[in-house]
Design a protein around this ligand. Structure first.
Ligand SMILES: [Fe+2]
Length: 149
């Protein structure tokens, strides 16, 4: 039996938030490597949601929530691409940029966990949520770097 998609997503949210909190502290070692590791978790997570969870929301009468979530992902991706081009040598500036991304991600996770997941819980049966869980895992795997699959 596949895992409920909501349980999978909540676990991944915790992981990503803890990576953000380490990166937003001053004096963190191996900052570039940790930032790459954060992106290796965050990007496949977002792509997996966009390909499976959000279309399912649209089929289930939750279109506005899905559209807003997609725009929040787009904003995070834009901010990440800006940070990709920033040097880590000025730590204060780098951390300020990262902190803005962290705030966006926290807001987005809050919307998913407080608004979207409770409605999914109401509208979808446990078989549907498990089935969505396995489709999500599959989409996420395809979006991962080959070495991490
Ligand atoms: Fe999301």
């Amino acid at each position: 039996m596949a895992q409920n998609v909501i349980d999978i997503l909540k676990q991944e949210h915790q992981m990503v938030l803890s990576q953000f909190s380490e990166l937003s502290s001053k004096g963190t070692s191996n900052r570039e490597q940790k930032y790459n590791s954060l992106k290796e978790n965050l990007m496949p997570h977002m792509i997996g949601e966009e390909q499976t969870v959000y279309p399912k929301l649209m089929e289930s009468g939750m279109t506005d929530m899905a559209l807003e979530a997609i725009e929040e992902h787009n904003a995070v991706k834009t901010l990440l691409s800006q940070l990709d081009g920033a040097s880590t040598s000025q730590e204060d500036v780098w951390v300020a940029k990262l902190t803005v991304i962290q705030e966006n991600v926290k807001h987005h996770i809050g919307e998913e966990e407080e608004k979207i997941f409770p409605q999914m819980q109401q509208k979808m049966g446990s078989d549907e949520l498990s089935n969505l869980g396995s489709r999500y895992q599959e989409a996420k795997r395809s979006a991962m770097p080959v070495a991490a699959r």
